[in-house]
Design a binder for this molecule. Structure first.
Ligand code: UD1
Ligand code: CA
Length: 453
């Protein structure tokens, strides 16, 4: 298969008004990544070496987004515009120029069907390699309303009939068109240009190419998949349904790859979340974009983690928030009710309770006392706090950045540290305590007397 060239044409001209959104439909995210990008990723993973995205007129947002969406290794998609919305075959022909280049396989995928998987595309490509002129993704359901029906004869597909054009007998067919197709490149243009629009909707249906191929005696195959794989998103409720299925799939993959999820239904991943084997994730954890967790880490309950790298043996939470580029190195700890931003916590260092640590580096083996805050913002700019190895920051200290605390240094509890503290120093940044003997008692007597009088 690898030596066959493959063009994926992704239809992204959905009008999307039912999303009630200023964002084009295909840019709405599933697992933090645009639906269109999920489809591009699946196509690339199934071996597509060229991508063509067909947008509607005026979809500048889609055009601009596409360049940023493609994975770094993948080829940049070409954009084509379908000026008028005249049907799915018409939309594919907007990419005529790409089709003319003569790829072995042509995939037609829908940008609003983000659950399409690599296996389904690969199965369609395999059917082409075995001689099919077209392979169609099909699914079986007892609720086929709204879908095109797959009309078979002697194990071969002979037509796809859109619901509005079905005879009563065809309406009872439970085998449906999932939307995605693979077409032998040498036939693609010929098939598409022969599609007419004399049907109930007056549209140029992509699905008509099946009848065209069959009438030329060419073999057409259906490749069966699950209905959910074909799920198209038209509104926010379907978006949430697609998200739920995506999350369920990814949880299962994570668990089968060796990650323990104690309550999997409460853990949410982003499309790019990576977690190593033997990491344990407790209930109610959110992984935003850009998170990598090595094996053997523990994420306690109720954590919100974005843009972070967590090394093996590290522990996070419960109730921790990590964001903006954090690195938690081997056996380091971020404990309960802590927020860290753009911070590196080096090997074995601990921030066990109730701290905000931002724009900082905490050296190996250091301990940050409860309630410590890095004062990283002066109202205009952000500044860094650097703490060396094996340092001890006493409880409830404020580290006013830019500031450095050296290796082995002690900072007394309750300090406000505004100047650098050298290695191995002991720093007090607070008023000296004074206790006056007996003065507590005399104060109380004075207050009681005043109350009576
Ligand atoms: C389509 C299939 C149907 C299948 C169903 C699966 C056709 C004619 N019908 O129907 O057999 O069961 O998908 O979900 O293909 N689009 C354009 N330009 C157009 C028209 C559509 O880009 O002029 C895009 C849409 O944005 C969408 C995709 O093509 O991403 C499918 O179009 P849609 O109108 O949703 O087709 P369905 O009626 O769902
Ligand atoms: Ca649809």
């Amino acid at each position: 298969m690898s030596n066959r060239t493959c063009l994926a044409v992704i239809l992204a001209a959905g009008e999307g008004t039912r999303m009630k959104s200023s964002l084009p439909k295909v840019l709405h995210p599933i697992a933090g990544r645009a639906m269109l990008a999920h489809v591009m990723d699946a196509a690339t993973a199934a071996g597509a070496d060229s991508l063509a995205v067909v947008t509607g007129a005026g979809a500048e947002l889609v055009r601009d987004a596409v360049a940023n969406l493609s994975a770094p290794s993948a080829s940049q998609p070409e954009i084509f515009v379908q000026m008028e919305r005249l049907g799915t075959a018409h939309a594919v022909l907007a990419a005529r120029e790409a089709l003319r280049r003569g790829h072995d396989d042509v995939l037609v995928l829908f940008g609003d069907a983000p659950l399409l998987d690599v296996e389904a595309i690969s199965a369609m490509r395999a059917a082409l390699q075995e001689g099919a002129a077209i392979a169609v993704m099909g699914f079986r359901t007892d609720r086929p309303a709204g879908y095109g029906r797959l009309v078979e004869r002697d194990g071969m597909l002979v037509a796809i009939r859109e619901e509005k054009d079905c005879s009563p007998e065809e309406l009872s067919i439970s085998y449906c068109n999932g939307g995605a197709m693979a077409i032998a490149g040498r036939h693609a243009l010929d098939f598409l240009e022969n599609v007419g629009n004399s049907n109930a909707k007056g549209e140029y249906y992509l699905t008509d190419i099946v009848g065209i191929a069959a009438s030329q005696g060419l073999p057409v195959k259906a490749v069966e998949t699950l209905m959910e794989t074909a799920l198209g998103v038209n509104n926010r409720a379907e978006l949430a349904a697609a998200e739920a299925i995506w999350q369920e799939r990814r949880r299962r993959e994570m668990m089968l790859s060796g990650v323990t999820l104690i309550a999997p239904e409460t853990v949410f991943f982003s499309a790019d979340t990576v977690i190593g084997a033997d990491t344990i994730v407790e209930p109610n954890v959110w992984f935003g974009p850009g998170v990598t967790v090595e094996g053997g880490a523990r994420i306690h309950a109720f954590c919100h983690i974005e843009d972070a790298r967590i090394d093996s043996g590290a522990t996070i939470g419960p109730f921790a928030r990590l964001r903006g580029g954090c690195e938690v190195m081997e056996k380091a700890k971020i404990g309960s009710f802590c927020e860290t931003k753009k911070t590196r916590i080096e090997q074995g260092a601990k921030v066990p309770h109730l701290s905000y640590i931002g724009d900082a580096v905490i050296g190996r083996g250091s301990n940050i006392g409860a309630g410590t805050v890095t004062c990283n913002y002066d109202g205009v700019s952000k500044h860094r706090t650097e703490i060396g190895a094996e340092a001890f920051i006493g409880t409830n200290s404020s580290l006013v950045a830019p500031v450095k605390v050296g290796s082995g240094a002690y900072v007394a509890a309750g300090s406000v540290v505004t100047e650098d503290a050298p290695d191995d120093s002991l720093t007090f940044g607070r008023a000296r305590q004074v206790s006056y003997e007996g003065r507590g008692r005399s104060l109380r007597q004075k207050l009681l007397a005043a109350q009576k009088g």
